[in-house]
Design a protein around this ligand. Sequence first.
Ligand SMILES: [Zn+2]
Length: 113
Amino acid sequence: MHEMTLMGEVREIVVQAAKQHKFTRVKRVVLEIGQLSGVQAEAMRFCFDVVMEDTPAAGAKLEIEEIPGRAWCNRCGKEVEITSRVEPCPECMGMPGKIVQGMEMRVKGLEVE
Ligand SMILES: [Zn+2]
């Protein structure tokens, strides 16, 4: 499962941060997931507890913020909201040129003790 691998990366970030900033327990992990990233928030929630076992984030609360997809449409000359990478521009039905936002998956913050 793709999400399992991603959560492994999140685990790595948490472990490194704990070492660097010398905290021992994480109470809350905030993740940002772009709507166009293909990452399923539900699947991330599902594997969180298992992957975070034996780390400072064991038993922590997972919060997921979904970032809406935005693309630049050359035809309209502006940014438009899209929900998938293959979706046309909602205003002119042309294919938007460049994804501006929504491809990311990152750790936004950690609340530590
Ligand atoms: Zn357009």
